[in-house]
Design a protein around this ligand. Structure first.
Ligand SMILES: C[S@@+](CC[C@H](N)C(=O)[O-])C[C@H]1O[C@@H](n2cnc3c(N)ncnc32)[C@H](O)[C@@H]1O
Ligand code: SF4
Ligand code: SF4
Length: 362
């Protein structure tokens, strides 16, 4: 197996992150409960509905995260989204926040966690989640060396959600009409599920106001007909993960991939968009910055390619995972210094970092 080469550092990385979170949560709970700073914990996801995550075995979590180690809060094979959202497991988490406690290890670095003034009331629970994250499949055509997909895949009861269940979920979203985003992404390649195009099309036909976003390694779109189906599905935004501009650096992380096919996939989508006269999907090329892919000539080449292909946004994203791959040059730089936008504001949208696109560089 391709990952054997990295096996020890891979497992160390996975469990190290897990135990760091445990320790951090323990310390944060002590600091804010015992020492009683002027602030208290709040969670934007479980109260205001900023995120709910549904995985391909039907299990439901409170946020898009490293769910490998947390307990599910429900399963959509047994209950509707509404029943789970208002059910006992979500309520157990809310009760912990009401007591000013972080209930899960993942809370210690979760995008949903926030601090509010000590005496401020926690908001009412939203009727239905504003953002629904849906992983229809955990299968993938790549083995990115520190994507924890294989550990996570082994924990999933099934690898793909059946269309009957997905359409049921989509119908529930349509009936409520209050979700703003559907993010079709999890730990897998969403467009290996051939039904993904139909899911987007159906949802957009019945609820055009919703914004649908996803993330892909771009290889499925090296076949032009897939790029065309994508554009015709009505999806609003797509992150394309291509982490290098030469075979050596790209393959160091995106093991099993093919840079030429990934770039061709990106080109095809933009060509299909042009041919159909469509503005959508907004294309965000996401380039993970590691210490082997952060050299200036590589960055310059990515910018030149993005301009040539006419992608809308090029996002260089530094990451802490793996620890051995950290780009020390960039890890502490603010994100917005590294986002290059080539489109007008009407296309500005990034499903992963909705609030972070603030600067335009040409
Ligand atoms: C798990 S992937 C699933 C979607 C799709 N297969 C893809 O690669 O875009 C979702 C996101 O995780 C990001 N990702 C993968 N490995 C990462 C890492 N080590 N650090 C930060 N983000 C990572 C990818 O760039 C992608 O945007
Ligand atoms: S992990 Fe914690 S902070 Fe994050 S959404 Fe869940 S309960 Fe909220
Ligand atoms: S393509 Fe996406 S899901 Fe597949 S291994 Fe890479 S990061 Fe993980």
């Amino acid at each position: 197996m391709i990952k054997e080469k990295h096996f020890i550092s891979y497992r160390v990385n996975f469990y190290l992150r897990h135990y760091i979170r445990k320790i951090l949560r323990f310390l944060l709970n002590i600091i804010y409960i015992k020492i009683r700073f002027n602030k208290r914990f709040h969670c934007k996801c479980i109260f205001e509905g900023y995120d709910i995550m549904i995985l391909c075995d039907g299990s439901v979590f409170c946020v898009c995260g490293d769910f490998g180690m947390e307990k599910p809060l429900g399963n959509i094979y047994r209950n509707s989204i509404t029943e789970i959202w208002k059910g006992t497991e979500f309520e157990r988490l809310r009760a912990a926040f009401r007591k000013n406690k972080l209930p899960l290890d993942y809370c210690s670095h979760c995008i949903g966690a926030a601090l509010i003034p000590k005496n401020a009331p926690l908001p009412q629970t939203a009727d239905f989640p504003e953002v629904v994250h849906l992983e229809t499949t955990v299968q993938c055509n790549l083995e990115c060396s520190f994507c924890h997909r294989d550990v996570i895949e082994s924990q999933r009861g099934s690898k793909i959600l059946p269309p009957k269940i997905v359409f049921q979920l989509i119908d529930e979203i349509i009936a409520h009409r209050c979700s703003k985003f559907l993010l079709l992404v999890g730990y897998g390649e969403p467009f290996l599920d051939k039904n993904s195009y139909e899911y987007c099309k159906y949802l957009k036909q019945h609820f055009p106001e919703i914004i649908i976003g996803s993330s892909s390694n771009a290889i499925p779109f090296s076949h032009y007909e897939n790029a065309r189906k994508l554009v015709e599905s009505g999806i609003d935004a797509l992150v394309l993960s291509i982490d290098g501009v030469d075979d050596k650096t790209y393959l160091r992380y995106q093991v099993g991939g093919d840079l030429e096919k990934a770039l061709q996939g990106m080109k095809n989508i933009i060509q299909a968009r042009r041919e159909t006269g469509s503005f959508a999907p907004n294309i965000i090329w996401q380039y993970l910055l590691f210490n082997w892919s952060d050299k200036q000539p590589m960055i310059d080449k990515a910018i030149a390619l993005a301009k040539e292909y006419q992608v809308d946004i090029l996002h260089f994203l530094p990451t802490f995972s793996p620890i051995s791959g950290i780009s020390w040059k960039y890890i502490f730089k603010p994100y917005w210094g590294m986002i290059y936008r080539f489109c007008g504001p009407e296309r500005e949208y990034n499903p992963h970092n909705r609030a972070l696109i603030v600067e335009m560089k040409q």
